[in-house]
Design a protein. Sequence first.
Length: 682
Amino acid sequence: MPNRLAQETSPYLQQHAANPVEWYAWGPEALARAKAEDRPILLSIGYSACHWCHVMAHESFEDEEVAAVMNRLFVNIKVDREERPDLDQIYQTAHQMIAQRAGGWPLTMFLAPDGKPFFGGTYFPKSARHGLPGFPDLLERVAAVWREKRAEIAEQGAQILAALSRTLPRESGHRSEFSAAPIEAAIDGLRASFDSRFGGFGGAPKFPHPTDLELCFRRWATAGDANARAMALTTLENMAKGGIYDQLGGGFARYSVDQYWTIPHFEKMLYDNGPLLALCAQAWQVSRDPLYARLVRETAGWMMREMQSPEGGFYSSLDADSEHEEGKFYVWSREEVRALLTSDEYAVAAAHYGLDRAPNFEDRHWNLHVSKPIEAGAQALLESARAKLFAARGKRVRPGRDDKVLVSWNALAIKGLARAARVFGERAWLDAARSALEFIRRAMWNGRRLAATYKDGRAHLNAYLDDYAFLLDAVLELMQAEFMQRDLQFAEQLALVLLEQFEDPASGGFFFTASDHEQLIHRAKTGHDNATPSGNGIAAHALQRLAALTGEDRYRIAAERTLELFYPGMSEHPGGFAGLLTALSEAIVPTTTVVIRGETVHAQAWSGELAREHLPHCLVLTIQPGTAGLPPVLDKPPGKPPVNAWVCQGVNCLLPIDDLAQLKQACRTVAETLACKCVDIR
């Protein structure tokens, strides 16, 4: 019989519904039972695309004997870290404190009934090996500790709570201290760890770090740092040629296990591909290299083809495994490829993708990567070979897809598609972004609050800081591609929830959970980027931009207080703060707002031309004639026909511009220009 997890929306939890383990989802029922029976909790946190989560499930959770031990000794709780990032943050941090090393997934934690952890680890094998205890033996030992050492457990729990409280930033800076010094130091730190040959930072495994790369592009735009530009472009170029990029179907895998970007951990995550899509559009703006236009086209195509639901929302991830083997869907044998292609196609594809070299995956298969540039005149043969290989691959057993819809990850996808649509003038990408936003409004927004997750007609769980901050940021990007007044109204609704439910009124900054969220052992407030950007960083950046559009000072003040809170940390250890440093850069040199007004065709032509420029400090809106009810900042009077533009920082605006070349120049040099001749529109 299926256990309680059969009723959950998480595909990861549903994967464990047939386990003989008496699993609970995290909630009042499980916690009440642990307290009533004075039993410790075995908390297992993972996600559906996690390879080692599957391994531990097959070895232990599907085993009747292991399950019997778990059921006898513990209240067993299974958590999807993507649906409950609040729990994952807390217990990953606690694991690091207890084990004195980084965590990961699956995370295996043992808790007292009140939620305080007293022991933990990550993957444990069923039988002892590689220096790890066998899981059944470990369970017996942990249960014995629980019975025999309650006083020590209670003392350790109190120490962990105290240590968790110390992770909150305490000493704030002041607006008057803000400078570009932390940004410069962060770029210097990236430079020190940069792999100048293969791109990326540090050695294997290598992660994309899109927030760091975006900071590099911004540094190039604002300070002319050519080295920062080169770090970003070198990294993206090598990723594009590597096996981390799906050479047949588009889209990026989670990370590379080697320093060359050749062999990925094959899972594909929506939260990587949304930011990388936006980043590749920026790379094209900066370089005009057709490589990045191709990456954008193929990655957007993959997202829309394989990740967008008929309802409009985007699914979460594709598994690394198919048929219980990692990478099986993606890798090839020479014989397979040769049988599918003509001799001329094979000659071109084999040289280009490295099939003429030794196997690169488990000594018997090839993961395709660009081993040699395509020769002049051979592009048509390569394209026909790609089409045949892609069609043949589509007949294989596909990796599992986690088909829940998460607001925060959808927001990253919406922003990426909207940015790409604006830069390349591609309506289909804009429609896909708009469809996802409308789905969230329809299915996951009740007019006052967001639900974090959706599947099979059911939206539930309180949304988190990242959901509101990322979605606000995405709406601002979407408005640049296509201005709709109701999007601006929605942005203000999201901002209101951020200020009312998440902002810390005493110290500044934003908590990860809302004020009316379930009470946990810790309420986190983090500024560092992880696999996704910092919620505090995105909130500060988006609120500054919303203040520029609306003239509402409360948004600017909340952003400023957030930057003040984290400024000492950014100054002392700037690595990992790229999201907040991006917001800091716009606090130092405020957002430039460009409002284009005029006849529709001409106005759209201007905005299309401006979108091709790399202007990360500018927020460009093209507003249709006759739009009523705009805030004064955006309600610019008509100028000389057929089109004119206003370029402003705060209430200071240049005189209306009716020449496109002059507008481009003004956007490039707005900081210097506005210091000269401007008008005050107050």
